[in-house]
Design a protein around this ligand. Structure first.
Ligand code: PLP
Length: 406
């Protein structure tokens, strides 16, 4: 089935405006996605008619808000096919989810001399929390390298596992190169070595069907704002057995059973990990974004985006002296590139004046840039509301930049 792009684009008001008097071409979806009117309406309706703090009141709206919030937890359980509803923890986003695991899992399972494995293509969010854990515990961080095409060197993974390895944390899709990692195979290898795996799903949840039971991952983290919902809401999926063992990450209201000055006891998961008033409106927006995506169909989205990636890759590669960074066999619709020796900021700024929004810089993956031997790249990242016309406009823009510097 092909997507009705005109209908879809009409759902995203932000796309239908002029920037500097030009049609707006938004190609920074890896950073954040735009919101459909349906999601905006749900949030607006909630504030107009239903707002009340959750879990606390016996009054009508509080109960309705609680039902709506818990309903989204159930929806996410189904969406990623988790075994239990209480395995879904609401967080602020991917970064928050990873920090929760690095702290709480780290407190419970990691001690001096232990090892944590990540990869060389991680976002800083999946590097720094582990580094902080390793510093706290005097543990060692090990890194899986990737090759020139941006594919992980899988043959090197087995040698990294030892009896001291406590966890492997790896991205599903590289946000700077677009590589789709073979996470199912990686998880299988890790489990053979008795190592649990955290998947950073920040760049995959909005593009691929996720089945956490089929993947058999132990943790899966993602952000609402990258899947067409609000900012400040995210999810951590974790297997029940870990949630039962892990201590709370933060203390406060809503996560406690009994509080006294002598001793406080906690609720079980998920509440144990959701201290304070959560972003319940964000969660409701996430539920609405998931409804929207399911109506379009994740398979349809994946098929359309991969066509767009193929088209954009061919068009960009036809430009002389343009290099694409990240040429893995399996890629998501993310293209990082440089035009001969033109600085990425210059390219990005000129494209901006043409109404084209791309990301420039290191994309929070400085170690990736070190491996690629560049200071940064220009990144075009696509969503299902982008079109071949957007690609043509980007190509036109790139040719103009090139001409300006010739
Ligand atoms: N991991 C990856 C692969 C990302 O692309 C990002 C954001 O770009 C993050 C983690 C962090 O996400 P957030 O800033 O929403 O917490």
């Amino acid at each position: 089935m092909s997507l009705d792009i005109n209908k879809i684009r009409a759902d995203f008001p932000i796309l239908n405006q002029k920037i500097y008097g030009k049609d707006y071409i938004y190609l920074d979806n890896g950073a954040t996605t735009q919101k459909p009117q349906q999601v905006i309406d749900v949030v607006s309706h909630f504030y107009q008619h239903s707002n009340s703090n959750i879990h606390r009141g016996v009054h009508y709206l509080s109960e309705q808000a609680t039902l709506a919030y818990e309903g989204v937890r159930k929806k996410i359980q189904t969406f990623i096919h988790a075994e239990h509803e209480h395995e879904i923890i609401f967080t602020k986003g991917t970064t928050d989810s990873i920090n929760l695991v690095a702290f709480s899992f780290g407190e419970r399972y990691v001690k001096e001399g232990d090892e944590v494995i990540i990869s060389a293509m991680e976002h800083h969010s999946n590097i720094v929390p582990w580094q902080m854990l390793c510093e706290r515990k005097n543990a060692k961080l090990k890194v899986i390298p990737f090759d020139k095409s941006g594919e992980l060197e899988l043959d090197k993974i087995d040698a990294l596992f030892t009896k001291k390895t406590r966890i492997l944390a790896i991205t599903h899709i590289s946000n700077s190169m677009g590589t789709i990692n073979p996470i199912k195979e990686i998880i299988r290898k890790a489990h053979q070595a008795n190592v649990p795996v955290l998947i950073d799903g920040a760049q995959s949840i909005q593009h691929l069907k996720i089945d956490v039971q089929d993947l058999d991952c132990d943790f899966f983290a993602f952000s609402g704002h990258k899947i067409y919902a609000e900012t400040g809401i995210g999810v951590l999926y974790a297997k029940e057995k870990y949630l039962n063992e892990m201590p709370p990450y933060q203390g406060g209201g809503d996560m406690v059973d009994k509080v006294s000055f002598e001793k406080t006891t906690y609720l079980g998961a998920p509440f144990k990990f959701e201290a304070g008033t959560p972003n319940y409106v964000g969660a409701i927006s996430l539920g609405s974004a998931i409804d929207y995506l399911l109506e379009i169909g994740l398979e349809n989205i994946a098929e359309y985006e991969s066509e767009l990636l193929k088209y954009a890759t061919e068009k960009l590669l036809a430009i002389e002296e343009l290099t694409i960074y990240g040429t893995a066999k399996k890629k998501s619709a993310i293209i990082s590139f440089l035009i001969k020796n033109i600085h990425h900021y210059d390219t990005g700024m000129i494209l901006d004046k043409m109404g084209i929004a791309v990301r420039t810089g290191t994309h929070c993956t400085q170690p990736v840039m070190d491996v690629l031997c560049v200071t940064g790249t220009v990144r075009a990242s696509f969503a299902f509301y982008n079109t071949k016309n957007d690609v043509d406009k980007l190509v036109e823009g790139v040719l103009r930049v090139k001409k300006m510097f010739d």
